[in-house]
Design a protein around this ligand. Structure first.
Ligand code: ADP
Length: 259
């Protein structure tokens, strides 16, 4: 990537990639990147050949969450060799930037970077390429939907009204762009006190299920707020790489995604 990426011609679905699944959210901070990394790891544990493309250009989280961060090699100056961690092939714009560097690209440069990450990265043979989108309904989403033959999109939301409102917009955008919405995932659904087992609905209760029903899309799963999930993400080994209830929840969602 490097320098000033320019838009390029040509297809954006890499030849060896069977299907591209986008993970989206209306709002930031609802756990879209956490869900992306964990679903990728869960799918890899189920024997799938999985890629993870961090397209959250303005706030790439995957180098941290997947525990890999170095500049990918480009032996011929054209193709880019992706990195690997936890059984997943990974590319992130974050690999090309200094940690504190702000991305101040305009639309065409963003599109150039996206096209490079799809078209010039040696993804190899993949059953599924998970794309961690930026939040919202902007240029990156438009470009991907229109140019990359997405197989489907999954929308992550918390049960909070403000998050759901934006999740609805994201679903409407995908429907407008004729990208199938595979379903909603409720994240941070409940908090279970590790001391006493009491369950609290910090962001509300039942909102995502109701929204899914109203929008006519499946509810793919509900993930509690969980300290270990946050710690695992921060440490570079997603919770889905281990055992326990959160890993099992991700395994169940993953098993339903790729039949
Ligand atoms: P987004 O990609 O939507 O901006 P992130 O995945 O970066 O959101 O998550 C925001 C923060 O919340 C991160 O610190 C992450 O570790 C934490 N987080 C996400 N999901 C959970 C969860 N289920 N339980 C606890 N912390 C979570």
């Amino acid at each position: 990537v490097g320098g000033h990426p320019k838009p390029q011609q040509g297809p954006m679905k890499p030849a060896g990639v069977d299907r591209i699944l986008a993970i989206a959210s209306g709002k930031g901070g609802v756990g879209k990147s956490t869900v992306s990394s964990n679903l990728a790891v869960a799918l890899a544990r189920q024997g799938r050949r999985v890629g993870l493309l961090d397209a959250d250009i303005y706030g790439p989280s995957q180098p941290r969450m997947m525990g890999v961060n170095k500049r990918p090699a480009s032996p011929d100056g054209k193709t880019i060799i992706p990195l690997h961690a936890h059984g997943v092939t990974i590319m992130s714009i974050g690999f090309m930037l200094d940690p504190d560097q702000a991305v101040v690209w305009r639309g065409p440069m963003l599109m150039g970077a996206l096209q490079q990450m799809l078209g010039q990265v040696e993804w190899g043979e993949l059953d599924v390429l998970i794309v961690d989108l930026p939040p919202g309904t902007g240029d990156v989403q438009l470009t991907l939907c229109q140019k990359s033959e997405l197989s489907g999109a999954i929308v992550v939301s918390t049960p909070q009204d403000v998050a759901l409102l934006d999740a609805r917009k994201a679903i409407n955008m995908f429907e407008m762009l004729k990208t199938p919405v595979l379903g909603l995932i409720e994240n941070m659904s409940t908090y279970i006190c590790p001391e006493c087992g009491h369950e609290a609905h910090l962001f509300g209760h039942g909102g995502v299920a109701a929204e899914a029903e109203k929008m006519g899309v499946p509810l793919l799963g509900a993930l509690p707020i969980d300290l270990d999930t946050r710690l695992a993400g921060d440490s570079g080994t997603p919770i889905a790489a281990g055992d326990g209830p959160a890993a099992e929840a991700y395994a169940r969602i993953a098993a339903g995604l790729v039949k």
